[in-house]
Design a protein around this ligand. Structure first.
Ligand code: HEM
Length: 394
């Protein structure tokens, strides 16, 4: 008897390198595919959109399945993460965050950081677009927005990078112990800074997160502020670094599009949206069914894990004509890269500003670089990006 073919294999090297043929195949099979592990994989645009918005599908992990008692502290930090909260608590966290951080005036800070990063690269013969461009941008910007000491940015980045491992359900006990240690160190550091900012700089964003109510007069607790700041670092760093790498790679593979952007910088907004659609740095999210429910004719059980694959929805031919091609003339840019609904990416505006500044700067000043050597993808397709993107000047 033939073994049934497994269509969802996100860790297979060929799918890590290029998951899009796998997505096409899954989408052709129908709206929802039941994986061997019992989870549901959604690849059609309408299904992904439905799962991200429908109230019956929650971000909260039932029974903290992914973590053991060893990780009690980091679990507590992560339990308070805004993305993993629902209902009134989510509304309150989002309300306070929106009243404190509105990204006003952020363009000038971003431009200054990006100009500083790109200027020394013009005269070099070889660079790594990840290390020399992408990695230098987001952490410094978040650190300045929050009002933390800029010299602490590398430490925050390193703590946040380790914490991200915790979302991997297959994490080893050794790595889990490191996550735990990093969560404690990061939280202890932020607790101290918060103390200091409350006394000396009450108008800094981190202090205002504690002192500002949402529109109903409710506040964040001290622990929630610390968790929120940790989440900004974890969610706002890796995604932007990876997207910048993905977008530079896509432009270098399509020299006519790079030339078009270099010749007409006013294309930058639509070019960024098209590149966000084409190769998102967050390929999928997760939801848990809170009730027994039927979707696309399939019976989903309460507690089932569903995986809305944003990267697949963004290439659904029912919505995007010729979806595998870069096209700066699309009529609509309704991609799902930043999600949709109540958990819509809080940092989408910042991510767009950062990406536009870097891509415009690259096209104008660094488009004489070409891809060098073989590029290496991160092994994790959920956070799709490059380990290194070596480029040489021609
Ligand atoms: C290209 C870069 C980025 C991508 C692709 C991205 C993608 C996403 C997506 C898809 C979601 C929704 C997930 C879901 O519904 O399950 C989300 C949520 C979120 N993102 Fe981003 N993001 C990016 C950059 C950022 C930045 C720069 C920040 C902040 C500094 C940020 C902060 C957040 C927060 C706080 C949430 C949770 C919102 C909530 O639960 O209400 N993101 N992001």
């Amino acid at each position: 008897m033939k073994r049934p073919e497994r269509l969802w294999q996100p860790y297979l090297p060929k799918n890590v390198y290029d998951p899009y043929p796998m997505y096409d195949r899954l989408r052709d099979e129908g709206g929802l595919y039941k994986d061997i592990t019992g989870s549901w994989i959604a690849t059609r645009y309408d299904t992904v959109r439905f799962l991200l918005t429908d109230e019956h599908f929650k971000t909260q992990i039932p029974n903290h399945k992914f973590h053991t008692k060893q990780a009690s502290y980091s679990t507590r930090v992560m339990d308070a993460w805004i993305l993993l909260r629902e209902g009134q608590v989510h509304k309150r966290l989002r309300g306070v965050a929106t009243n404190v951080i509105d990204w006003q005036g952020i363009e000038a800070i971003v431009q200054e950081v990006v100009d500083q990063n790109l200027a020394p690269l013009k005269s070099k013969s070889a660079i790594d677009a990840v290390k020399d461009i992408a990695l230098l941008t987001p952490t410094r910007i978040i650190t300045r927005i929050l009002g933390l000491p800029i010299q602490d940015a590398p430490r925050c980045k390193s703590w946040a990078g380790v914490l991200l491992w915790a979302v991997n359900p297959y994490i080893t006990p050794q790595k889990l112990a490191l996550v735990e240690q990093n969560a404690r160190e990061f939280a202890t550091y932020l607790d101290g800074i918060l103390d200091q900012c409350e006394k000396e700089r009450p108008d800094s964003a981190i202090a205002r997160l504690l002192n500002t109510p949402d529109d109903d007069g409710n506040y964040m607790t001290r622990e929630e502020v610390i968790s929120f700041v940790i989440f900004l670092y974890t969610s706002g760093e890796e995604t932007v670094v990876n997207f910048i790498g993905n977008a530079i790679y896509a432009l270098l593979k399509a020299p006519d599009k790079m030339a078009a952007l270099a010749a007409d910088p006013s294309l930058i907004n639509i070019a960024t949206e098209e590149l966000l659609r084409l190769d998102s740095s967050l390929q999928y999210s997760i939801r848990f069914a809170s009730v027994d429910i039927e979707v696309e004719g399939e019976k989903i059980r309460k507690g089932d894990l569903v995986i809305p694959v944003i990267g697949a929805a963004n290439r659904d031919p029912e919505v995007f004509e010729d979806p595998h091609q870069i096209n700066f003339k699309r009529k609509k840019y309704n991609h799902l890269t930043f999600g949709v609904g109540r958990h819509y990416c809080f940092g989408a505006r910042l991510a767009r500003i950062e990406s536009r500044a870097v891509l415009k700067g690259f096209a104008e000043n660094l488009s004489h670089f070409r891809l060098d050597a073989l590029v290496k993808r991160n092994p994790n397709i959920m956070f799709r990006g490059f380990k290194a993107l070596p480029l040489k000047a021609v």
